[in-house]
Design a protein around this ligand. Structure first.
Ligand code: NAP
Length: 349
């Protein structure tokens, strides 16, 4: 329950945003200009100048010197964490301690141990307060794919082929491990949701290295993920593919397949050729999914509920990430070890 959910026409959810870099600013734009039921009333960033610049475009918004001050602000109903991953645990735990709903960008925290601490805090609080930013679950293509799996259109699913291609990463700072922890984590969550099954083991194959990758970075990688029901998922993650942002997926079943369609608005046929547009980046490709996930969050917060990807989902993704990173280091298939999902997190996806 929020302070105002008993009212017939609840006012907007007053959101405080921690971390106003790329995605923080994009979420502020959508809360302010696209979605209903939310207003950004406070911001914080370790880069105080950036926080000030962003707040200048938000009439009446407060700039807080620390994330803790923002969370404690009684004018903030709910917290959106878009800082860098290593800061997430402390900020999410503080929001839970304050009893405030918190939307946390992926990863929920950089290690499965840290995610467990967040789950423990939420369990102790006795109600769901955390939603994790796994926006692919809100993408129209993946939703249609899940519907096709559930209505039996392709029979029993056996395999899934995924590709996650990005034009390039920055020349410095993006490591080989981050191909798994920052990028493949999207497919890791997606296939758990799509199949309604946990991942039980991960292997990583290391193909020929692209000369377009920054020095020291092994790109691409191929992950093999084994689902609890025996289905096998291969995931090509290639972050310096140059030609565009291209996310693909095809599930192969006993009697058919279901694949994501190309997302170009039109196909042009001319001069003996045909073609379409490839998205330039993740914001372009998943813009509607980000809108839908954040609208879902605002609506749930206003209703005193929580419906999106949970702290358990954040934890499970981190546990698989840990195993995939171990597989990358050792070259061995690595089992995923997780406790049973607490009943607290049981829900129909
Ligand atoms: P970014 O552009 O670097 O923005 C992060 C911002 O947070 C920066 O302004 C950074 O300041 C600030 N910051 C860092 N530590 C902080 C702390 N302890 N307290 C307050 N502010 C802090 O990164 P981004 O691309 O927006 O990514 C942010 C998060 O969103 C990451 O967890 C990332 O994985 C996630 N993300 C998710 C998606 C998705 O598809 N769901 C897409 C992109 C990003 P400095 O620059 O001074 O460090």
């Amino acid at each position: 329950m929020t302070a105002f959910s008993h009212l017939p026409n609840p006012p907007v959810v007053r959101v405080g945003v921690i971390g106003v870099g790329l995605i923080g600013q994009d979420h502020i734009r959508r809360i302010t200009q696209v979605l209903t039921g939310g207003a950004v009333v406070a911001v914080n960033d370790v880069d105080a100048a950036r926080a000030g610049q962003v707040a200048a475009g938000l009439p009446g918004a407060t700039v807080h010197a620390t994330a803790a001050d923002l969370i404690a602000d009684t004018g903030v109903d709910a917290v959106l964490v878009a800082s860098w991953g290593p800061a997430h645990e402390e900020q999410v735990l503080a929001a839970i301690a304050a009893g405030k709903p918190v939307f946390c960008e992926k990863p929920l925290a950089p290690s499965s141990e840290a995610c467990l601490r967040i789950m423990d805090a939420e369990l102790a609080a006795g109600r769901r307060l955390v939603q994790v930013g796994f926006m692919r679950r809100y993408d129209a293509g993946y939703l249609a794919m899940k519907a096709a799996l559930e209505d039996g259109s392709i029979g029993v699913p056996l395999l899934m082929h995924c590709a996650h291609r990005n034009p390039q990463v920055p020349p410095y700072g993006f490591t080989t491990d981050m191909i798994i922890s920052d990028s493949a984590v999207h497919e890791i969550d997606l296939v758990r949701w799509l199949f309604g099954e946990e991942i039980v083991a991960a292997s990583v194959l290391v193909p020929r290295r692209s000369g377009q990758a920054p020095a020291g970075m092994q790109d691409p990688l191929i992950l093999l993920l084994e689902m609890a029901n025996g289905a096998l998922v291969d995931d090509e993650v290639f972050l310096n593919a140059q030609y565009g942002y291209d996310v693909r997926g095809e599930v192969v079943g006993e009697t058919g397949t279901v694949a994501l369609a190309d997302v170009s608005e039109v196909t042009v046929r001319a001069a003996g050729r045909y073609g379409g547009r490839i998205p330039v980046d993740w914001r372009d490709r998943f813009i509607r999914a980000y809108d839908a996930e954040l609208q879902d969050w605002l609506t749930a917060v206003a209703a005193g509920a929580s419906t999106g990807p949970s702290a358990w989902d954040g934890y499970a993704a981190a546990a698989v990430t840990d195993s995939a990173l171990a597989a990358l280091r050792t070259g061995q298939r690595t089992a995923v070890t997780m406790p049973e999902r607490p009943d607290f997190y049981a829900k129909a996806d």
